[in-house]
Design a protein around this ligand. Structure first.
Ligand SMILES: Nc1ncnc2c1ncn2[C@@H]1O[C@H](COP(=O)(O)OP(=O)(O)O)[C@@H](O)[C@H]1O
Ligand SMILES: [Mg+2]
Length: 228
């Protein structure tokens, strides 16, 4: 199928509300990633806007946004990597990956206004020679009024339990919670038992008591430097 200036090739991912394809720009032959979204299911607009605005080597770049009937096609840079759920990771690589992700989330939180990812989890990461953070489909800028569908969309396991129905706002502590749950999950999937100090750090990241939970990734990163 041809979408604007792009040829769509095989499907490489996506689930409920999107399908992701490999593709290329027909004139330049440059490879791209095409995310097809149903406009009734997704806030594609914020995702495209944020990817357009953000400039970080670990975040995909938005190249184009093409509408067609009830679908919209987000054209992005094609990133090389694997899902962390498909890899066997040793302790060093896993720690590196998770602290790379902490750096990217810290970068988002330090934008003005702050950006909260809102859906951090293993399937929204790609790992390889560089580690990437994907999927800004639930991300929001601080102060944005549009928090309507977060509760129903986020994956319950990784969602900050203090985000309740009727109070749908999430913040930097919600991303910290999701990061901590993801870290714990990847440790156990790979049969790695964390050191006492890492285990304490993860307990503080995922604490249900928001006063105990870390307030920002800077604190986590500086504790991490002392651990490894
Ligand atoms: N820019 C990209 N480059 C390479 N692969 C990508 C890219 N964006 C998404 N993918 C692949 O597609 C999958 C689904 O993308 P994602 O943005 O998470 O969609 P969804 O919102 O449906 O979860 C990812 O897990 C990844 O494998
Ligand atoms: Mg996703």
């Amino acid at each position: 199928m041809i979408i604007g200036e792009y040829q769509m090739m095989e499907r490489i991912g996506g689930g409920g509300s999107s399908k992701v394809y490999r593709g290329f720009h027909m004139e330049s032959s440059k490879e791209v990633c095409i995310k097809e979204m149903d406009i009734s299911l997704r806030d594609f607009w914020t995702e495209a806007y944020l990817l357009r605005k953000l400039d970080h080597p670990s975040i995909p770049k938005a190249i184009d946004l093409i509408g067609r009937r009830d679908r919209v096609y987000l054209i992005m840079s094609m990133l090389q990597g694997e899902s962390p759920l498909k890899c066997k990771l040793d302790v060093q690589s896993l720690n590196q990956i998770m602290f790379d992700m902490a750096e990217v989330l810290d970068f988002l939180h330090n934008q003005k206004p702050s950006i909260f990812h809102g859906d951090f989890k293993p399937s929204n990461m790609l790992i390889g020679s560089r580690n990437y953070l994907l999927d800004f489909g639930l991300s929001k800028e601080e102060g944005s009024k549009f928090f309507s569908n977060i509760y129903s969309c986020g994956t319950p396991k990784y969602r900050d339990p203090s985000i309740k129905k009727g109070n749908l706002k999430f913040d930097r502590k919600s991303d910290i919670y999701s990061w901590g749950v993801t870290y714990g999950e990847l440790l156990s999937r790979n049969g790695i038992s964390p050191s006492k100090r890492l285990s304490n750090l993860l307990d503080r990241a995922t604490s249900l008591d928001r006063k105990i939970r870390f307030s920002n990734f800077k604190q986590i990163i500086s504790e991490g430097r002392r651990l490894f």
